[in-house]
Design a protein around this ligand. Structure first.
Ligand code: SF4
Ligand code: SF4
Length: 153
């Protein structure tokens, strides 16, 4: 009995202290953790076409097409089946992939969310994501090194 009363007291304390942990989405934008893993961005400028991301991906979200001289021709993303494990980002030796904090995209089927690199440039919820804003400051400083702007698609 005492346990029940203690439990109810704790519940009432939190119910009445005015603190809220939910937001009225989509009117209000929720804050996500700095470590949140959302849709990723790809930089052709950085990519050395080593295919490690394609090999490490557990469910074929990334598909790279090479020509006969092993130059990268296409970088295809089947975003609808990504599980946001971040393995591709971790394995990439040149930070050509960054998982951003964007989670706001929808499709009726996962196949609607399959894109090649050129198509991605025109996807409204994808093209305007700034990948560097999604990173911890020290990491973004490293990513921003080099001449000119880094072109993430
Ligand atoms: S986050 Fe995981 S599932 Fe998604 S593309 Fe990268 S390796 Fe594949
Ligand atoms: S791991 Fe990085 S450098 Fe290698 S193919 Fe993937 S994106 Fe390009």
């Amino acid at each position: 009995m005492l346990g029940i009363l203690k439990g109810m007291a704790t519940t009432m304390k939190h119910a009445l202290d005015g603190e809220t942990f939910t937001v009225k989405y989509p009117e209000e934008e929720p804050e996500v953790s700095p470590r949140f893993r959302g849709v990723h961005k790809f930089s052709q400028e950085r990519c050395i076409w080593c295919r490690q991301c394609e090999n490490v991906c557990p469910n074929d979200t990334i598909q790279i097409v090479m020509d006969d001289k092993r130059n990268g021709e296409q970088y295809n993303l089947h975003i609808g089946q990504c599980i946001y494990c971040r393995l591709c980002e971790e394995v990439c030796p040149v930070d050509a992939i960054l998982l951003t904090q964007n989670f706001e995209f929808v499709g009726d089927t996962k196949d609607e969310l399959a894109y090649n690199k050129e198509q991605l440039k025109n996807v409204p919820w994808y093209k305007d994501i700034d990948p560097l804003e999604s990173r911890e400051p020290d990491r973004s400083a490293w990513v921003g090194e080099g001449d000119g702007e880094v072109d993430y698609q």
